[in-house]
Design a protein around this ligand. Structure first.
Ligand code: NAP
Length: 281
């Protein structure tokens, strides 16, 4: 079997066209959806991420503000900036690029963002909303994975989904979203003794660990859907996921590539969340 590829770039293009249309409709009513992106320090990867986010806003007709602060910015000063943006009517979404420098408490900063502007979905109120099935912002990466499953018309009801990784930003919210769609969910992590025994039972596998070739073909049930969230570099410095792509693609029914899979979907869902923050006003 050769897996069908779920193309994150193509799906993103479709969803971003929808965002552009809805943003135009909002603008006709005098509201331009606006995103503030805060970067502290000069982490090269973070600089690329924020640049891509701002460009994506621009491409879809959203207003965006990129605030670059020096590494030395104090926690108090960052909290002050967030307080000001919480009150700024031109800003509907606030994103603080992680990681933050050591001297800043990231959780405290996230909690300072008004839940109505928490378009990254990391605030404890957003996490609680997801947990209880209430309206709120879903973290962009797992939300993008759900959109990918939706794009292939995949019905999760009665299926077994195995999530590799339990971080607050990917693994845990991913598991809750799958659960909400009636999958039976198993969450694996670094203390799971036999990963293969779990993944072999899975109809859907989401790999979100950050270890290259963690998921190999012998760990996958024929026909399973494999979503690869991982972002790693191989020996040549090329971007790759957690999945041994070439071999797993021979076994799986559907697979997401890296690059061109979950990555572009993450930014797309940030745009969707920002647009929805403005629409909810
Ligand atoms: P993280 O916070 O480091 O979490 C990694 C998780 O993997 C942890 O729960 C850890 O378990 C688990 N783990 C570690 N070794 C394992 C093993 N051998 N078997 C099973 N589980 C294991 O990472 P993250 O922020 O969730 O990100 C995960 C990956 O996704 C990274 O490569 C990251 O770069 C990528 N990512 C991609 C996007 C995107 O847009 N494509 C967005 C976000 C993240 P413990 O909890 O027990 O330590």
């Amino acid at each position: 079997m050769t897996a069908h590829i779920i193309d994150g770039n193509a799906l993103s293009q479709k969803l971003r066209a929808d965002v552009t249309g809805r943003a135009t409709a909002l603008k006709a009513k005098g509201i331009t959806p606006g995103l503030a992106v805060l970067l502290v320090g000069d982490n090269p990867a973070s600089q690329v991420y924020v640049r891509n986010k701002v460009k994506a806003c621009h491409d879809c007709g959203l207003h965006s503000v990129l605030e670059k602060h020096p590494e030395s910015l104090s926690e108090a000063a960052l909290l002050e900036r967030i307080a000001a943006l919480n009150l700024d009517p031109s800003i509907h979404g606030i994103l603080v690029q992680l990681p933050l420098p050591q001297h800043i408490d990231a959780q405290k900063v996230i909690e300072a963002i008004a839940p109505a502007k928490d378009v990254d979905g990391f605030h404890i109120a957003s996490a609680g909303a997801l947990m209880t099935g209430m309206p709120g912002f879903w973290p962009c990466t797992p939300y993008g994975c759900m959109k990918m499953l939706e794009s292939i018309g995949y019905d999760l009801k009665g299926k077994h989904a195995v999530v590799l990784g339990r971080s607050n930003i990917v693994g845990k919210p991913m598991a809750l979203m799958l659960l909400q769609k009636n999958a039976t969910v198993t969450i694996c992590h670094s203390a799971t003794p036999d990963l293969k025994a779990m993944t072999l039972q899975a109809d859907v596998i989401v790999a979100a660990v950050g270890k290259r070739n963690l998921l190999t073909a012998d760990m996958v049930k024929p026909g399973a859907v494999v979503l690869d969230v991982g972002m790693n570099r191989n020996e040549e410095g090329k971007l790759c996921g957690d999945v041994d792509y070439a071999d797993v693609a021979q076994i799986a029914g559907y697979i997401t590539p890296v690059p061109g899979g979950v990555g572009p979907m993450t930014i797309t869902m940030l745009l969707v969340n920002t647009l929805e923050a403005a629409e909810r006003l």
